[in-house]
Design a protein around this ligand. Structure first.
Ligand SMILES: [Ca+2]
Length: 394
């Protein structure tokens, strides 16, 4: 009898490692899927030059979030690159995808991209978003305008299309931002095609300036010139994913990805040429050199560049009082930098730079109505982070 009992116990013990393995696997999956990390609940503390910063996760289960715009009531409109637009409530609840997003090209870097509200959103409920639109020749960046409903987009209208559509899934640019004069800037990548960035008969590698209905303002730099597209504001860009309006000067600032090295911060002015692919602070991926910008003084150069790269995506000027030391700084979402790059400025000069490490690819950074800094984590299990000062350094 006793021997049989021992055999039974032994047989049962064989299963222990398997049961443990299953428990570990299920826990790991739950951790991965639902982000049940302790720091999500308690807030991670990171040390910065201006004191301890608390980093909280305010929303999760977003797939490759790309653009964030705050609604007047404090909710957030968030684009997911695969093609979904969602509303995130103040308590972090993520809505079902809104209906009405146009058919898009969600491959490579393409998909649903930047988003912004109409300056008169409170009365007209209009939003604008950039996306990669499929069509003859491949795909190109487009901008749609729509009325925001409770769970859908209404009166969706494509107001701008990058010309021409080309093959491949890289360098769509994709930020949309209103200037103080009510004109809309759209940043467009060169679709990894190089030379067209210099060709004013295409929209590749350009920043364009349009009216909110998609028409071209009369005072754009190339209006009425043969063979040049009238919507173009500036050219010779590579892949512009960051755009912000300086709070004092009202000028457009942008960040763009360099090739192997040479990410840039520019203040693009009407009609000016920013040099790509003729000059760059980086080199080609195959190691071939590219002349430095000072060798071609006819081009306008970046006010700051990075080697090695930070992979700059969304940018924002910080203007609130919540982080007193950050007021007037430019915050840059860094993908390869895996955090926020904070630039201290003196007019149009960069005087200092700090890296705020967040341990994840950051796609966009936005100042919230509460003065906190919100950052999008670019990941299949993407999330929205909220940064607040925990103990300001005096
Ligand atoms: Ca340049």
């Amino acid at each position: 009898m006793g021997q049989i009992k021992v055999q039974r116990v032994r047989r049962a013990l064989i299963w222990v490692p398997f049961v443990l393995l299953v428990i570990v696997a299920v826990s790991a999956m739950a951790w991965w899927q639902f982000g049940l990390a302790k720091d999500d609940a308690n807030g991670e503390m990171i040390e910065t030059e201006s004191g301890t910063v608390k980093v909280e996760t305010v929303a999760k289960k977003l797939q490759f979030p790309w653009g964030l715009a705050f609604l007047p009531d404090g909710r957030m409109l968030v684009t997911e690159r695969p093609g979904r637009l969602r509303i995130v409530a103040k308590d972090g609840a993520v809505s079902e995808p809104l209906k009405g997003v146009p058919k898009l090209f969600a491959q490579g870097q393409g998909g649903l991209l930047g988003i912004t509200l109409d300056p008169k959103f409170a009365s007209n409920k209009l939003i604008y978003f950039a996306f990669s639109e499929p069509g003859d020749g491949g795909a190109g960046t487009a901008v749609a305008r729509a009325k925001l409903g409770d769970d859908s987009l209404d009166d969706v209208e494509v107001i701008f299309r990058q010309k021409p559509k080309v093959d491949g899934g890289n360098h769509f640019g994709g930020r949309v931002i209103f200037a103080p004069d009510g004109k809309l800037f759209v940043t467009l990548g060169e679709r990894f095609k190089f030379d067209p960035a210099q060709d004013l008969s295409t929209d590749l590698g350009k920043i364009v300036r349009i009216n909110p209905d998609g028409s071209v303002p009369d005072d754009n730099p190339f209006v009425g010139q043969d063979g040049k597209l009238p919507e173009i504001w500036s050219y010779g860009h590579r892949n512009v994913q960051g755009a912000a309006i300086h709070p004092d000067t009202g000028k457009l600032w942008e960040t763009e990805f360099g090739p192997f090295g040479g990410d840039e911060l520019n203040i693009p002015e009407a009609g000016k040429n920013y040099g790509w692919p003729v000059v760059s602070w980086g080199k080609h991926y195959d190691g071939n050199p590219i002349p430095d910008p000072p060798t071609h003084p006819e081009f306008s150069d970046a006010i700051h560049h990075w080697n090695p790269v930070i992979s700059p995506s969304g940018i924002t000027f910080y203007t609130a009082a919540t982080f007193p030391h950050w007021k007037g700084n430019l915050l840059i979402a860094g993908l390869s930098a895996e955090g926020i790059v904070r630039l201290t400025l003196d007019g149009e000069k960069v005087t200092d730079e700090e890296r705020i490490p967040l341990g994840a690819r950051i796609r966009d950074v936005v100042q919230g109505p509460d003065g906190a800094v919100y950052a999008l984590v670019d990941d299949y299990n993407g999330k929205i982070l909220r940064l607040t000062p925990a103990s300001p350094r005096s």
